[in-house]
Every structure is written in C-alpha cells, then in structure tokens.
Write a protein that binds this ligand. Structure first.
Ligand SMILES: Nc1ncnc2c1ncn2[C@@H]1O[C@H](COP(=O)(O)OP(=O)(O)OP(=O)(O)O)[C@@H](O)[C@H]1O
Ligand SMILES: [Mg+2]
Length: 1183
C-alpha cells in the first residue's frame, strides 16, 4: 500500500501509454489502485501483469528526464504531468527543454528571474527557458560560436511566446538598451500583425515560420538581426474556417484607424467584409484591436516605415477587403461559361485604391488572355474560375506585401557583416517554426511543413548522437558498438535522392499538361517500393502516405500543383503593371520584371521552400543548437488541464523519443561518482559518504564489481559510471532491499523504544491511579468505620444516660406521686374541712332561718294569744266571761287562719321565684349549647359602644363598608339594665355549672348582673377582702368603661409636660400600681378620708383619691424598672390619671393590662385581678 506502479490498461489506442498509479488497498489478491487522474481501478490477480513497479525516480518527478529510471513515453509523460500540477512547466531531457504551455501568467519571468538565471550552467538552476537563452548567450561568448535555438511544437504550444521570452532575456542581458535592440524587439508586433491570426487552436497563431538571427558584436551587445520567414499561409486572406479570423492587421486597421482615413479608404466595419466575416468571428477575446493598431503603428515608426508606406500598405489592405466584396454573376458567352462582376462601389473603390481602371480590373477578373502561336486570345472565365482568379490576386498581393514588410524590417535591423576579422560578430538564431502536423486532410503546405520537420528531426537526432558521442569520448568510454537509425531514408525519399517526391511534384508543376493525378501516378511508380511511401490503395484514391519520423501522414494531392506553382496569371501582372500605384508595382516588381515565359519557369513554391530550408539547415549546422519542445497540455486553452493523449502525441511528434532511443542504445544510465556512491553505498557495508571518500572512482568500481559483477557491460569513465538499464534495475532492487532491511531495523528499534516508553508511561499512570484509588477506598472505609464507632459510642452513651434518666424519672415520679398524694390528701382534708364548714354553716343558716321563722311564728302566735287575752279582757267587760272567751277565741282563730294564709302565700311566692330562677338557668344553659355566632357575639358584646356616643376620634359616619355596623348599633334597643335578675332561691341554687351568667349571678355583688350597664360602678363586681384590691378593681373598671366610651373623660386638669410619655407605658402602669406602695398609699388615703369626711362623702373621696393612683409621673432607668417589674417594687408618689386629665386609649389599655392582667391579684389563686374580677368573658373583652 502506498507503492507507485505503472498500470497498462492496454486499450489499444494509438496514443495510449501506461499511467502511473498508487496502490490504495490489497484485498485477497485484488489490488485497488488510484491512477494519476484520480480514477480508481481494481486489478484482479489474473491481470497482475497489467501493473509494473514504478522506478523511484518517476514517483516524485525529476528536473532532467534523462535521469528517469523509466525512460519511456509513460515515464516522461508522468514526469511532465506531476511537474505541471506543481506549476513547473519546464523540464529538461538532456539538453532539450520541454515547455508545457501553462495557459496562465506565471510569475517566473521577472527581472529578478533574469538576474538569477544569468551566467548559470544548465542544471544549476531549475529548468527554465531563460537557462536555455543564457546558455546560448554565454556559449556564444565563451566559444565564439554561433548558437541556435530550435523551438518547435504544435500550434498553440507556446513557440512564439518562448521566442519572445528568449528575445527579452537576450535583450536584457546584453544590456545596451540600444535603438537597434529596440528595433529588433519591435519587429515582433509587426510580424504578428501581418502573419498571425486567431485560429481555433491559438488566438495568436503564427501563420508563417520564422527564423530570427540576432547578431551580437564582440562585446555581446545586440548589433542587428535578420528575419527569415517561411511559407505564409496566404489562403487565410481569402478563406477562414468557422471561428477563425483573417490576419490581425485587418481588424486592427478597421478598429484603430481614424474615421477620416477610413473614409478615404472607403472602409466600414469588419463585419461588412466577406474576407473578414467568413469565420463568423470578428473579435478575439483578450485582444484590443484598436490598441494593437496603435502598437503596430508605433512599431512601424521604430522600424522606419514612412507614413507614405504606411498609407500605401493600408490602401492595399483596403483594396483586398473591397475585392473580397465583389459580386459575380454567372453568364454564358458564345456557349462558354462566363461571368460578370456587378458594378458596385466595392469595385470602384478597389480600382481606385489599386489605381487601375475599373474596366481593366473587371476584365482582368473575368477573362483570361492566352497567347497561342503569337496570337492573344481572350477567353471568358466561369464564375468559379473568376473567383479563383480574384482570390489568387488577393493572395498574391498579401503574400508579396508580407515579404515586402519582412524585407523592410530587415532593411532596418540588418547590417551586413563587416569584413574586418577583428570585428567578427556572432549570432544566436531563434527558429519559431510550425511543428509536425497530421490533420484529417493534409495538403501541400503540410507536406512542406513536415518536410521541414524531417530536416529538423535529423538535425536534432544527429546533434543528440553527437552529444552522446562527445560524452563517451570525454569519459574515454568505448562506444563503437552503439548504433542508431535516423530519418535519413525518409528525407532522401522526400527531397534528397534523384526523383524524390519534391522534384517530381515540381516537375509535374512545370509540365503544361501535368495534373494532380498524373503527379500521383508518377509518385506511385517511383516510390511504391520504398518502405517510407504508402501508395493509394486504389486508382480512385487521391491520397498518398509518407512514413515520417513521427508517424504516417496521408496527403491529399488535389490542388498540389496549383499551390506549388504559386504563379499569378499574366493578366494580373499586366494589370499591376498598368497601375499608377508605385507601391503595388514595387511589391510586384520581380513578377513585372520577369517576362511571361520566365515567369512560367520561375521557381515553384516547393523548390523555393526547399532552398530556403537547405539554407536554414546550413546555418543551423554551423551553430551549436538548443532545442525547445513546446507542449500544449489541452485543446481548450485552459490552465491546469492535462490531456494525456494529446501530450503523448506531441511527445512522439517532438522526436524526443529518438534521443531516448540513442541513449538506450548506449549506456542510458549515468551517475557521477558522487551520486553513485551516495545512492548505492547502502549496498556495501562500510562505505563512507562521498565527501569522506578519497578515491571515489575506486569506490565506485568496487561497488559496481561487487553488485554487478566484473564481466557485465558497464563502464566507468573519468567522472561518471555508465550503466545499462538492467544494471540500474538491479542496483535499485538491491538498494531497495538494503534500505528496506535498514528501515525495518530502524522501525523495529524505534517501535520498541516507542512501545517501551509508552508502556512505562501507561504503567506509571496505572500505578498512580491504583495508588489514588486505594487511598480513596481506605479513606472511605475509614470514614465509614469511624462513623460506625461514633454511632456505637453514641448509642452506648445514650443507653447509659437513658438508664440513668429512667432511674431518675422513676424516682422523681415516685417522689411526685408521694408529693401529690400528700397534696391531694391535704387538699382533700382541706376540702373536707371546707365542706364540713360549708355544711355546718349551711345547716346553721338553714337552722337559723328555720329558727327565725319559727320564732317569728311563735312571736306572731304569742302576739295573737296576747291580743286574744287582751280582747277577752276587753269583751268580759262588755259580756259574759264565757261569751267573751268564746268571742275572743273566735277572733283569735281568725287571726291564726290569717297568719296561716300569709305563710302559705309567702311560701308560694318563694317557690315561684325559685322556679323562675331555675327556668332562667335552664334557658341560659340551652343558649350555651346553641352554636355561637361570633359576629353576633361581637355585636352583642360591643354593640353598646355606638349608643353612648363614639369613641374619641371615632365620631361621625362610619367608614364605607361599615355602615351596617353603625346602623346596627343605632338600632340597638336600650334595655333596662337596672332591672336585676331576682336572686335565685338559695335552696335551689345550682353551683355545679360555672357559666358566665351563672357566675355573675352567683358571685357579683349587689344587683350587678353579667349584662351590659352604663352606670358607673359603685363597687367592684366581686367581693375583695383587701380594700386596695377593691379600689384597684374599681379603677380598672372605670378605665375600661372610659376605654369603651361608656364613661366620659375627666376634664383637663394638669398639663403633663415632664415628658413622661416617653416612658414605656407598661412600666408606668406597673410602677403606678406597685402593690406595696399602692396599698400603703391607699391605707393612708383611707385613714385620711375616714378621719376628715362624713360617711356620705367618704366613698367618693376615696374614689377621688383613687384616680390619682394611675400612671407614675417620673420615669426611672430601664434596669430599675425591669427589676421592679420582677419584684413588684414601686415608688409611686401620687396619681392623677383617673381624675386629673384625659388619657389616651393606649394609656388606658396599658393601665387595664397593667392593673387588670399583670397585677398579681390579692384574691386567692394565681389569676390576675381582672381575671378574678371579670372572669373569662371579661378577660377576653379586655384582651
Ligand atoms: N510561457 C507561457 N506563459 C504563459 N502563457 C503562455 C506561455 N506560452 C504560451 N502561452 C499561451 O499560449 C498561447 C499560444 O502560444 P503561442 O502563440 O506562443 O503558440 P505557438 O506555438 O506560437 O502557436 P502557433 O504555432 O499557432 O503560432 C499564447 O497566446 C499564450 O496565451
Ligand atoms: Mg506562434
């Protein structure tokens, strides 16, 4: 997994080569690989032969592909691909630079880069076009030899751009910034304007080949240049494929020329012209034609084109456009096909621009003059022929114009070499020429182009071979047995040997009756046995094939001769001759100068081309060459898109494989001693690194002998060791094994170390965790146990305490029981005593009452007896004694009866009263059992407040929501409270139930009942032994009644201004009514009162004094007060609350609480005075 392999999918396509892939998965014999294009493949065991291991050099790419272990198309292609993906567009293959078109601007052409690449050897810096230019320049200077750089590649591969970059580099490092240098640089835009056009494959396609020879003086400064052009594609002026354009200059002129000038030339827009709009494409993306026109004009100025010349050129270009717009109409004339040019402004303008007579032009374009036997005969031309004539004329004009322009440029930049030997100059030639082409239909031009490429290929192969040879010589290697084949045979067939293809075509072109078919026949008969010639399959086929170095190309013979002849008809030349335009005459000068006959024998295109090619080859042969192979990565002009098939095709056409083949034939693998030792020293134990070696060559030899054996075909040179492919393979396998072994050892040790340290770390961690865990557990258990013990202790102690407590309790209970028993016994005895006493008194009282009654009866009877006796006495005087006695007896009996009646009556009355009292008690008892309505009770209890006038601050209307209360109060009927209930019959008094009414009835003094009264009390409700208590109870009642609003407040008597309000009221109350002081004071008062006042006044005066015994006037310290509160001490000096001044409700309340509730009553029991006084009902009301 992770290994790189070559995968051969064997699709059988022409340009298919194995693709690099990386192994992702190995699963039960199946291998999953991902190829360089990201596609996944499963390789089954039976297809295992489809994959081969990849040489390590191919895995990550190399700068010089000669170093590739897999030196084949696949290896080169992958190398280019992986570098291209890293934006590394340049790669070497030996001395050849392969440049892949990036189709984007890379920042690798800055002045800084120029500086970096200046004066560096190839290989010292990463591959770059500047390195090639730099080597050209410094080789030229160093070796005083002319240099050339052959840039080839498909259309759009970047030849012209590379040429420009080299030019730019040379101009920069020659460092003069001279006028001539500027002129050389400015030649390019002019050439590109007239010779470049937009095609499908390239927006700025050069439609001609060029060789720029730049001349340098001794000091290395640019001195001049010469431009050679080859084979301009003239047909483009008349015809463009869809989406292609005519030459740039036309569009630039129409866009950039002023309206004024355009008017003079009768020009409009590009779309108006047939010759420009044929491809349906008049603009080119990324090109601003108007701006380009300005550039062209300024370049022309730099290159000494005069304004007149400029204008004349424009005129000719305009004339071409107008000619293209001519309209033809087919006619028949004397049974011959003829045609006529419709008179149109185009015709007139064209004629005027060419400065010829329109009729001449018209006839020239529609008829042909033939000279037969000294006679001139004019024959009409058919419409098609006429159109061909016009197009030929136009092409003639443009081709010659182009030649003229190149000459004009050369005139400006070329200076003939001086004869002075000292001043000898050197040159660098840049050949930007179309590469090998093979289209679906290949015409005569393609033959010429491929012929030129065959030449260049031969040159290239020979150069490479020579280089190899040089290297072997240099290293003193025996190289004699190295053989290689080049394309000499093909070249011989095309152009060198007698009766070659070019000469046959030429011959046929000159032969008046020669046609394309006769030419093909001749070719067939001459070359059908040649291995490089592929004759047509049958007589009807018009194609023949040539086996070029890059593959077979079939050429379509139709139109061959016509194209090759490349001559203009005499009529046209005549027309030009008749023109008044000097410029057109000038460009047609050579034709005009020639006679009609000589013109026929004038050199054909192919012979011209061959000649210039030979010239070129001779020039190149004298130079030290560099090769730049441009590769187009895709057909879409898109960056970062790599079309493998397209690239393989270009690699094949580039002839680069030939280099490889030559290398393969010899010793393709070479290592410098240092490299060899460094790479393979792992194979021999104990070999030190190269920099520590004294005898590197010896070490290399020793290593090679050990690994490869002494008799194998490897050689050791002076600085390098030369190996065959299989040696490299062997070495690599061995190295891989050795490295793998060492890596495994390293891994073993490192893994051991890693695992050991990891284990120790884990162990330490585990111990730490255990330690903490155990600690935690112990602590937890200890805590639990401690808690347990504590609880045990607690239980034990509690048990002990409990037992003690129980014991103590039992004792106390026993003690209590005894005490209680004692108390109960005592109380019982006391009660018994009390009962006996009560019984004694009660019996005494009953006996006394009975005694009194009996006594009264006895007295009455005695009285009656006395009265009877007295009456008897009295009557005796009047009557007889007996009678008197009887009379007195009778009256006496009457009186007795009267008495008995009165007794019975009284007894009845008493019975009735007792019965009523009993009824009342029963009624009250019933009422007690009825459910209590609290609000009624409150109403009943406090309703009286309303009738006696409101409380202070409560007079007037009741607050909203309480009106009913108000009303209720008013509605209350004033009962006659004076009517006291009759005392119950003493005998029937029931003391078992202590209800309030009953309590009141039983214990209240005088006529007072439990019901409401408004009269001031004259005595307390209960009977008190102590007079102080009596007075206090009275005072409390007075205060309560005032509080309730039933008694009026006393008149304001003395202002209290001693700030006593600030003293807590309770303190005041208590102090005021401190028992001892109170008593003392009271006794003093009593004594005083009894001594001074008569009986009637005595009571009121006591009361008067009593009212002084209210709140204390002077405050005391709080502690003192608290103390007194506890021990009941008080130092009251006198009180005037009840009489002297009105008191607030709060004060009253305090007084009530202080005296009524808190004051220990003198009465028996612990209850308060008020409780004692008022009982539970009043206690509730007071609280
Ligand atoms: N080194 C480069 N850097 C950036 N872009 C380039 C480079 N080389 C070529 N190109 C792009 O590729 C296009 C085609 O290049 P160029 O005109 O040099 O091709 P060519 O080989 O001369 O084609 P033709 O044979 O049609 O003249 C250029 O217009 C440019 O956009
Ligand atoms: Mg080009």
């Amino acid at each position: 997994i992770g290994d790189y392999v070559w995968m051969d999918l064997r699709s059988g396509q022409e340009f298919d080569v194995p693709i690099g892939a990386v192994v992702k998965l190995c699963d039960s014999g199946q291998i999953q690989v991902v190829d360089d294009e990201g596609n996944e493949h499963w390789i089954s065991p039976q297809n295992a032969t489809h994959i081969k291991p990849m040489h390590p050099t191919s895995v990550h790419g190399v700068e010089d592909m000669i170093r590739l272990g897999d030196l084949n198309e696949a290896g080169i292609l992958r190398n280019l691909l992986i570098r291209y993906r890293d934006h590394l567009i340049y790669t070497y293959t030996g001395s050849i630079l392969v440049a892949v078109n990036p189709y984007q601007l890379l920042s690798i052409y800055s002045p800084e880069h120029i500086r970096q690449y200046t004066n560096k050897k190839i290989g010292e810096m990463p591959p770059h076009i500047f390195a090639i230019a730099d080597n050209c320049y410094f080789n030229m200077k160093r070796n005083s030899r002319d240099q050339c750089c052959i840039i080839s590649g498909e259309s759009g591969a970047g030849k012209t751009e590379s040429t420009k970059l080299i030019l730019q580099f040379l101009a920069a490092i020659s460092g003069q910034h001279s006028w001539i240098e500027q002129q050389v640089l400015e030649a390019t835009p002019i050439l590109e304007a007239f010779g470049n056009a937009k095609t499908i494959r390239n927006d700025n396609s050069s439609r001609f080949g060029k060789y720029i020879d730049i001349h340098f003086n001794k000091r290395g400064a640019i001195e001049g240049a010469k431009i050679e052009q080859y084979l301009l594609e003239k047909s483009r002026v008349c015809r463009q494929a869809p989406d292609e354009r005519n030459y740039h200059v036309f569009y630039c002129m129409l866009e950039g020329m002023s309206e004024d000038q355009k008017k003079k030339l009768g020009l409009g827009q590009a779309s108006d012209y047939n010759y420009l709009a044929m491809g349906n494409c008049v603009t080119c993306e990324g090109r601003v034609d108007s701006q380009e026109y300005a550039n062209i004009r300024s370049a022309m100025k730099v290159l000494m084109f005069t304004d007149t010349e400029n204008w004349e050129i424009s005129k000719l270009l305009a004339a071409i456009l107008h000619l293209g717009n001519l309209q033809y109409e087919a006619r028949t004339f004397e049974n011959l096909d003829a045609c006529e040019v419709l008179f149109s402004p185009s015709l007139a303008t064209a004629a005027s621009l060419l400065e010829v007579n329109p009729p001449d032009l018209m006839s020239c374009l529609t008829s042909r003059t033939l000279i037969t036997r000294g006679e001139t005969v004019s024959t009409p031309l058919s419409r098609e022929q006429a159109l061909d004539v016009r197009d030929a004329f136009v092409k003639g004009i443009y081709g010659r114009l182009f030649v003229w322009i190149v000459d004009k440029i050369n005139a400006a930049i070329y200076k003939p070499p001086s004869q002075d030997v000292k001043n000898s100059r050197r040159s660098i030639g840049l050949l930007d020429i179309f590469g090998f082409e093979n289209f679906a239909v290949n015409s005569f031009e393609q033959l010429c182009i491929n012929f030129a490429n065959e030449h260049l290929q031969q040159f290239f192969v020979r150069h490479v071979f020579k280089l190899e040879q040089e290297e072997y010589d240099l290293e003193s290697i025996d190289w004699l047995h190295i053989e290689f084949t080049d394309n000499q045979d093909a070249l011989d067939m095309i152009a060198n040997k007698p009766m070659n293809i070019i000469s046959l075509i030429d011959e046929e072109s000159k032969f008046p009756k020669g046609t394309d078919t006769t030419m093909l026949h001749k070719l067939n008969s001459q070359h059908k046995l040649n291995a490089n010639y592929i004759p047509p399959k049958n007589n009807h086929e018009t194609q023949f094939g040539i086996n070029h170095f890059a593959g077979v190309v079939y050429y379509e013979t139709q139109g061959f001769l016509e194209k090759n002849r490349d001559t203009l008809h005499g009529d046209i030349i005549q027309l030009v001759h008749s023109s008044r335009n000097k410029f057109i005459k000038q460009i047609f000068q050579a034709d005009v100068a020639m006679g009609a006959e000589t013109r026929k024998r004038s050199p054909t295109l192919s012979s011209q081309f061959k000649r210039s090619l030979e010239l070129l080859m001779r020039t190149l042969g004298a130079c030290q060459p560099f090769f730049v192979r441009c590769i187009k990565p895709n057909e879409f002009k898109k960056p970062m898109l790599f079309d493998r098939h397209l690239c393989v095709r270009q690699l094949r056409y580039s002839g680069m494989m030939e280099t490889i083949r030559i290398r393969r034939a010899g010793y393709p693998i070479r290592y410098s001693f240092v490299e060899f030792v460094e790479r393979y020293r792992v194979l021999l134990p104990g070999v030190k690194p190269a920099y520590k070696q004294g005898d590197l060559r010896g070490t290399c030899q020793r290593m090679a002998e050990t690994v490869l054996g002494t008799h194998d075909d490897w050689q050791i040179g002076k600085t390098k060791i030369f190996l065959k492919d299989h040696h490299d393979m062997l070495l690599e396998v061995e190295r891989d094994k050795a490295i793998t072994d060492r890596v495994i050892l390293l891994q073993k040790v490192i893994r051991g170390f890693k695992d050991r340290s990891n284990f120790l770390k884990l162990k330490n961690a585990a111990t730490l965790i255990q330690r903490h865990w155990r600690g935690h557990n112990c602590r937890k258990n200890y805590g639990l146990m401690r808690l347990g013990f504590l609880r045990l202790q607690a239980l034990h102690r509690s048990r002990k305490l409990h037992q003690q407590y129980r014991l103590a309790r039992q004792r106390i209970i026993q003690f209590q029981a005894r005490c209680r028993a004692y108390l109960v016994r005592k109380a019982f005895r006391h009660r018994l005593w009390a009962v006996l006493t009560v019984q004694a008194y009660a019996r005494g009282m009953i006996a006394r009452r009975l005694h009194q009654r009996l006594r009264a009866e006895y007295l009455r009877r005695l009285e009656a007896e006395k009265m009877r006796l007295a009456e008897e006495e009295k009557l005796r005087k009047e009557m007889s004694a007996k009678k008197a006695k009887e009379e007195a007896e009778r009256k006496h009996q009457e009186r007795l009866a009267q008495l008995a009646r009165e007794d019975a009556e009284r007894e009845l009355k008493e019975k009735e009263a007792a019965r009523r009292k009993k009824e009342l008690l029963e009624q009250m008892e019933r009422a007690r059992h009825e459910p209590v309505n609290h609000s009624d009770m409150v109403d009943k209890m406090f309703g009286f407040l309303g009738t006696s006038g409101g409380l202070p601050g409560q007079e007037g209307q009741a607050p909203s929501g309480f009106e009913d209360l108000e009303r209720g109060r008013r509605e209350m009927v004033e009962e006659d409270l004076d009517a006291a209930l009759p005392l119950p019959d003493e005998d029937e008094e029931d003391l078992s139930e202590y209800k309030f009414a009953k309590f009141a009835a039983t214990y209240f003094q005088g006529t007072t009942t439990h019901s409401y009264t408004r009269r001031p009390l004259k005595q307390p409700l209960l009977y008190h032994d102590d007079e102080g208590d009596q007075l206090a109870a009275l005072a409390v009642w007075i205060t309560i009644l005032r509080f309730m609003g039933d008694l009026p407040e006393p008149k304001y008597h003395t202002a209290m201004s001693d700030g006593s309000e600030k003293i807590p009221v309770m303190t005041k109350i208590y102090e005021t009514l401190g028992k001892k002081t109170y008593k003392r004071e009271l006794q003093a008062l009593q004594g005083e009162g009894e001594a001074q006042l008569p009986e009637g006044q005595k009571r009121s005066s006591v009361r008067h004094k009593l009212v002084h015994l209210t709140l204390k006037k002077k405050s005391k310290l709080t502690e003192e007060v608290t103390k007194r509160l506890h021990d009941g001490e008080s130092t009251v000096q006198g009180n005037s609350m009840l009489e002297d001044r009105p008191t607030s409700n709060l004060e009253k309340l305090h007084f009530i609480i202080g005296n009524g509730i808190l004051r220990p009553a003198g009465a028996p029991g612990p209850e308060s005075l008020l409780m004692a006084e008022c009982g539970p009902g009043f206690g509730f009301a007071a609280s």
